[in-house]
Design a protein around this ligand. Structure first.
Ligand code: NAI
Length: 255
């Protein structure tokens, strides 16, 4: 554990049971943050929390559905009680409900909006109270290259583009309180989410990932650690002049 200024700080990472969220939680714990690993079920975060504690870090698992204002309020209060005021928030929880527009149901549309947009709104609203009180804070929202448009993802691309607007507005509103807000827009990252996409398309994952890598300038797909490293920078003290940005972490230029 580094003796950095962040050592006493608390970070909440949503969707921390697996994939990118789990990697971000572990990275921030290594950076010295106490980490609240939040996901739908508290028990689903036990792997993330035990990886952190066995490496000498500090973390708690919290079960909450980010779509629920009551659950979010209780979760953020619990993080504050158990770890100290949460001044870092990573809005990472996400789902896909892909389909071409003509086959997309209202439920597919609404559920994607609710998790990504309503979830990030509720979490940010709850956490900003602690950030403005502390006069310091960092919010990182997970957008996606899909924000630029992606076949079969009219719901998801809309939500991910919406998160970019949300991020820029938070940067404008919260900057005077010492709070920065940025978005990371990952390209293809190897997680259960991309495994599910390959399954939906009926392509073996290895083939799917190989095909994707051929289209990526650095000729590989991304790993959760690629995103965790970017989050680590954005929540650091030295990133305090970076705000309202969308950083494409996609192995090549986007946007
Ligand atoms: P994942 O599907 O592996 O993990 C997402 C986590 O979010 C799961 O643990 C899930 O239980 C949790 N979650 C879902 N709904 C929730 C809710 N209502 N409340 C609390 N937790 C909830 O996904 P992955 O790949 O790790 O993605 C993480 C984020 O990065 C998502 O926002 C995703 O849209 C975004 N992203 C992922 C990319 C990829 O290639 N894997 C590319 C671009 C963006």
């Amino acid at each position: 554990m580094g003796g950095t200024v962040s050592e006493s700080r608390t970070a909440i990472v949503t969707g921390a049971a697996r994939g990118i969220g789990a990697a971000v939680a572990q990275r921030l714990a290594r950076d010295g943050f106490g980490v609240a690993a939040l996901d739908l079920d508290e028990s689903s975060c036990s792997g993330t929390v035990s990886a952190i504690t066995s490496a000498g870090g500090h973390a708690v698992a919290i079960g909450a559905d980010v779509r629920s204002a009551d659950a979010v309020g209780a979760a953020v209060r619990r993080a504050a009680d158990e770890l100290g005021p949460p001044t870092v928030l990573v809005n990472n929880a996400g789902i896909t409900r892909d389909n071409l527009l003509f086959k997309m149901t209202e439920e597919d549309w609404d559920s994607v909006m609710e998790v990504h947009l309503r979830g990030a709104f509720l979490m940010s609203k709850a956490v900003q109270a602690y950030q403005t009180e502390a006069g310091w804070g960092r919010i990182v929202n997970l957008s996606s290259v899909s924000a630029l448009g992606n076949r079969g993802q009219s719901n998801y691309s809309t939500a991910k583009a919406g998160l970019q607007g949300f991020t820029k507005t938070l940067a404008l509103e919260l900057g005077k309180f010492g709070v920065t807000a940025n978005a990371i827009a990952p390209g293809f990252i190897e997680t259960d989410m991309t495994v599910a996409t390959a399954e939906r398309l009926g392509v073996p994952f290895d083939e799917f990932a190989k095909g994707a890598a051929e289209q990526i300038p650095v000729r590989r797909v991304g790993q959760p650690s690629d995103i965790a490293a970017t989050v680590s920078f954005l929540v650091s003290e030295e990133a305090g002049f970076v705000s309202g940005q969308v950083i494409y972490v996609a192995g090549g230029p986007r946007g």
